[in-house]
Design a protein. Structure first.
Length: 158
């Protein structure tokens, strides 16, 4: 399996193709928290299945040095850009994925899209609580992006 297979899997939402690119002991580092990682194929599979369900237009359009993928998608109608840094083993399987997402509006949209679904394994109440906790973050970052950024920019005279 190759990086091209991983890119194709993301674009076509082919979970089996994606899983074929991963080592058994794969670790995924979330852009949302450093409090835990997704460890092993089953954890990563669950995350990928949720992302493929919740994201539209996921595409890694640029590969740098065979280890860095740059792409984007939309979550809840909010576009985001993603950089993915990969570590590979001697067999060419992905052993580690570290994600970075921008802008902040996109990052909070990713949280709102993935968090409740992933939390559902801990019960419906937990999923509902996470949905409630994410909503004001999404609203604040979207309004801050529309209004607050304009207030911080230098005023133009002219």
């Amino acid at each position: 399996m190759s990086i091209e297979d991983f890119r194709t899997a993301a674009r076509t939402k082919d979970i089996e193709l994606a899983m074929g690119t991963l080592a058994d002991d794969v670790v995924l580092r979330s852009p949302l928290t450093d409090r835990f990682t997704f460890d092993g194929r089953e954890d990563v599979r669950r995350l990928f299945e949720t992302a493929y369900e919740k994201f539209d237009g996921l595409d890694y359009h640029t590969v740098i040095g065979g280890r860095v993928l740059i792409g984007g998608a939309t979550a809840g109608g909010q576009p985001f850009e993603e950089t993915l840094v990969l570590d590979l083993n001697g067999a060419g399987k992905i052993t580690e994925l570290t994600l970075f997402i921008r802008p902040l509006t996109g990052l909070t949209a990713v949280l709102a899209a993935l968090g409740p679904t992933l939390a559902r394994k801990n019960g419906r109440r937990t999923a509902g609580l996470l949905r409630i906790m994410a909503a004001p973050l999404v609203a604040a970052t979207r309004s801050g992006d529309r209004v607050g950024i304009g207030l911080a920019l230098p005023r133009r005279r002219g």
